[in-house]
Design a protein around this ligand. Structure first.
Ligand SMILES: C[S@@+](CC[C@H](N)C(=O)[O-])C[C@H]1O[C@@H](n2cnc3c(N)ncnc32)[C@H](O)[C@@H]1O
Length: 287
């Protein structure tokens, strides 16, 4: 099965997941004790995770009290007719303030549907909290921001996160990057800058071109990808695994170049740097 297929999912709760949330769902392997659906809005993703018992503990987090009350009500109503096996929690919180220091096990934070700047603020705050807590904690972040991918990726690299997997997904004529990264407190931000040394290129290469073409099928936690330094412009997203992904990658790259070319016209050095980085990308087919 290819990622580019329309993978709309019917939830037990009667709602459907679109391509974007379905792809995020497929990225989540059964290796976590706690999964945090940060900025959960109506909680569609978390409910899907509950439906398929993706982890023993599923957390719904949103700053909006009204939304969290709705999520809570929906889950309680659902639970009245069909038992939910995983434990669930609905937190009205700024996701940046989540404290996992008292919670054992491996954690996954999913942050999707908010800007890249906010995403990077939340990830930075969570990593600060992890660094200040018990050592040797390993957490994953599954991110799908709206815009500002370059800035977010740069922040992730500086924070000491490593790439596990990434893909492009299109929904409603908009293309998103879905990026799964890992952070280990022991060798993470305490070695700040290591990734900058390890990765001295801006364009994409297919370091992992020999990997299995089918990114998500038939995977278990044990088979998950080895960690790699994260690229500011992306790596696997420019190595499409089929014609559909190639077509999405070409359109996406074209739109990024056009966007930064327009911004660079106003004399922005930052935009010019990003423009050059994206102009240096070559798309390598992996099929
Ligand atoms: C567009 S929705 C995204 C919903 C879902 N994650 C998705 O990808 O479809 C954005 C949600 O983020 C919430 N939000 C914004 N900033 C937040 C923060 N700092 N902490 C927690 N939730 C936040 C908003 O209340 C809103 O419900």
């Amino acid at each position: 099965m290819s990622l580019s297929k329309n993978t709309e999912t019917k939830l037990n709760t009667g709602k459907k997941l679109g391509n974007r949330l379905s792809t995020i769902d497929q990225f989540i392997l059964s290796e976590y004790t706690h999964i945090w659906d940060c900025c959960c809005d109506h909680g569609l993703l978390g409910m899907r995770l509950l439906d398929r018992k993706a982890a023993p503990h599923i957390h719904f987090v949103d700053v909006s009290q009204a939304l969290i009350e709705q999520v809570k009500h929906k889950l309680q109503t659902h639970q009245a007719t069909s038992p939910i096996e995983s434990k669930w929690y609905a937190h009205c919180l700024d996701a940046a303030t989540i404290d996992i220091s008292a919670l054992n096990g491996k954690h996954l934070f999913v942050i999707a549907g908010v800007g890249g700047d906010l995403t990077s603020d939340i990830v930075s705050a969570l990593i600060r909290g992890i660094d200040g807590g018990p050592s040797k904690l390993e957490v994953d972040f599954l991110l799908c921001p709206i815009r500002h991918h370059y800035t977010l990726r740069r922040a992730l690299r500086r924070l000491g996160c490593n790439l596990k997997r990434e893909v492009l997904v299109e929904e409603n004529r908009r293309i998103y990057e879905v990026v799964l990264v890992s952070y280990q407190a022991e060798n993470g931000s305490r070695k700040d800058g290591d990734n900058d040394k390890a990765l001295d290129f801006e364009g994409a290469t297919c370091a992992s071109a020999a990997r299995d073409n089918d990114l998500l099928d038939n995977r278990t936690a044990q088979e998950s990808d080895s960690l790699r330094p994260i690229s500011e412009t992306g790596e696997d997203i420019w190595c499409p695994v089929d014609m559909r992904q190639k077509e999405i990658a070409c359109r996406y790259l074209h739109s990024l170049i056009q966007h930064y070319a327009r911004m660079a016209e106003s004399g922005s050095e930052d935009a010019l740097q990003k423009l050059k980085a994206y102009q240096g990308i070559a798309i390598h087919e992996r099929y």
